[in-house]
Design a protein around this ligand. Sequence first.
Ligand code: SAM
Ligand code: SF4
Length: 325
Amino acid sequence: MQDSYGRDINYLRISITDRCNLRCVYCMPEEGVAPISHTEILSYEEILRLVGIFSTLGIKHIRLTGGEPLVRKGVENLISDIKKIPGIETVSITTNGILIPEKIEALLAAGLDAVNISLDTLNPKRFENITRREGFEKVIEAIKLCEGSGIKTKVNCVAMKGVNEDELASIAGLAEDLNIAVRFIEYMPVGKNDFEKCVRKEDILKSLTSVYGPLYKLDKNFGNGPADYYKPEGFVGAIGIISAMTCNFCENCNRIRLTAEGFLKLCLQYDKGITLRDMMRDGATDEELAQEIEKAVKDKPKQHIFNDYQEHEGIEEKNMSRIGG
Ligand code: SAM
Ligand code: SF4
């Protein structure tokens, strides 16, 4: 499936729940988030039907996200059912890792291909301040278990001024002995207007090189997504940087997003898209849904411009937990 800028859209991120067992400060308010009712959320049957349609349109890679995808019951069955859909080559998840220790065997048995685990600090007290919950040890255990199992493992760290910018090099150090990619994500003001928190790519690189020396840039094709990858001397793993704020990687964007409520979202920054859930529940056929999806994808915005937050209409106002990251 190509959009109107000739980009090949082959990657779909599906948020399977808006619920979460953490409350990260940059993603969700501590209180007052009313969970979306179960009837409004896509059932697994509906998700499978849509993935079947998306696969006929050229989607090959599926990532399950949330909220926290592992809090939804039966996620391992969903993974193994998606893996059976012809045309789907990989299924991965983005998780906070808390439930990995108890679910890893079921996830591997389901055929999960890759895991991204979010971790913003190596300091347990700071972990509690950022996530407003306990669970640091579980996340560390999750990273080691995943790496040890041989599944492709990445750690996602949101770099934030005044929060964790002083420990980016130590966090990157996780990749010194473990065969993982530690990726730093520039903080994005999705749904908000707070740019000051963002640590820019050049500053992230500066703090890494001050500790590890020169970083060797890896081939563009190392990952499947928007990160640039580097390898310091002697590292088993790699370091990635996702510079959503300062560099524009949109010309190679291959992704679309499906929210837990079945809204097909075309770009992280904008609220543009179509409500596939209602079309399905109103009796649309697979052919009709496929046509609407193709039409919507032609409307995918050229690029996001977070830096120009106030200048655009149709800006996304939801928290990241409602979008899936
Ligand atoms: N709960 C899972 C997790 O935390 O990995 C999946 C959902 S979470 C919304 C997906 C990713 O978005 C996480 O890696 C998280 O760190 C990132 N994220 C959330 N809010 C963000 C923000 N404002 N800027 C940059 N990344 C953000
Ligand atoms: Fe939950 Fe992930 Fe958002 Fe943290 S980033 S509150 S773990 S959805």
